[in-house]
Design a protein around this ligand. Sequence first.
Ligand SMILES: *Cc1c(COP(=O)(O)O)cnc(C)c1O
Ligand code: SF4
Length: 439
Amino acid sequence: MARDNPVVNNQNQTPIFQNYSLSNFHKIKQLQKFDKDFLFEIEVVGNVLPFKINNYVLDNLIDWDKAPEDPIFALTFPQKGMLEKEDFDTIANALKGKKSKKEINLLANQIRARLNPQPAGQIELNSPTFQGTKLLGLQRKYRETALFFPRQGQTCHAYCTFCFRWPQFAGLDELKFASKKFDDEIRFIEQNKNLTDILITGGDPMTMNYKVFSSYIEKLLKADIRHIDIIRIGSKSLAYWPYKFTEKKESGKFLKLFEKIVNSGRQLAFMAHFSHYRELQTEVVKNAISRIRSTGAIIRTQSPVIKRINDDPKIWIKMLKEQARLGCIPYYMFIARNTGAYNYFNVPLVRAWEIFRDTYKSVSGTARTMRGPVMSCLYGKIQMLGVAETEKNNVLALRFLQAREPDWVQQPFFAEYKPDAMWFTELKPAFGKEKFFFQ
Ligand SMILES: *Cc1c(COP(=O)(O)O)cnc(C)c1O
Ligand code: SF4
């Protein structure tokens, strides 16, 4: 693997975050081995779906000898197949015809609108109302857990090609659901005593600098809401910019703040998004994991199962073993949501279940804490339990791990066998029933 690395690994120095987006992607030196046509494909797709990468991912994670088939390349670089051929040609012709930025963006917006930019009714259904106004920075779908979206955390260190938050990165909904203040949200949390968990999410909240990040945490700690037992931080930073927890400038302050959360008598759960074992293999990520754990925080891991990136149990087995060894707790295997370049990346539910099963049976109990494969859909988190045989035919067995109605949880239900279905909406109730029990 090319390890021509300009970034300083020593934790006593501050590595420089070099950011590449579509506007300067030609400057990425590793791309110089590809021909013009290939670079043009990246540019075409990058005009519709968001692209962002940094020097750590370029220099340490992607195996350039294997690109474009390399999984981390597929995780981060736009690829031709992500758009339907017609849509690809529309943008390609517009670029070749030297159309203006504005015209190209109009065409891109038409394509984006067809890629299901708001799956599972996130804003309409999940934002609570407090004293007559919608709290756009908060989402509460499940009784115990509220999601908080700090305004300055609505970006990531690099973008995943399959990301379900792509519309926000593409500027489609202008951070509609993000908050700057966190005062009304805190009062809402205070009054809702069923809430035990606050999940700070984004984007990636760990893109915030210390001053901004700590202002939110300090507000929450100061409110000292006794029924909040667990503060979770959802982040891909361990995979995309682990220097956040090792570099000299601010990492010590972040870790102190983590300790402060733990010392408030609460659990700090760092919900880390890892998609491939390679993200766990650099010295700096191992160091970062160890430093986070030394604060008393626990690290739970999750990822969707994605074609071209990790749709092979061997990858998951290796990833889970590595996570368990490093003291991380596997949490969820997701099915990627039905949005964006979903047709290009998603695996059928039955295939996802096979990957889950082959993984689960090959690791020790300490890694069998992972649950899945799970679809986060309108009704809740539905787990694909497997293919079950009946006297007549096969059916799909499912259950809720989380639901809008807490009582739906853990009741097995059945759908007709459909080997190519990729999302819940493609399923029909089994045994000739008209509806699923929760509809
Ligand atoms: C996944 C999710 C949660 C967290 O669910 P847990 O099972 O507690 O991890 C909370 N809110 C929403 C909207 C979610 O999608
Ligand atoms: S880290 Fe999460 S929010 Fe950020 S680009 Fe990847 S999938 Fe999207």
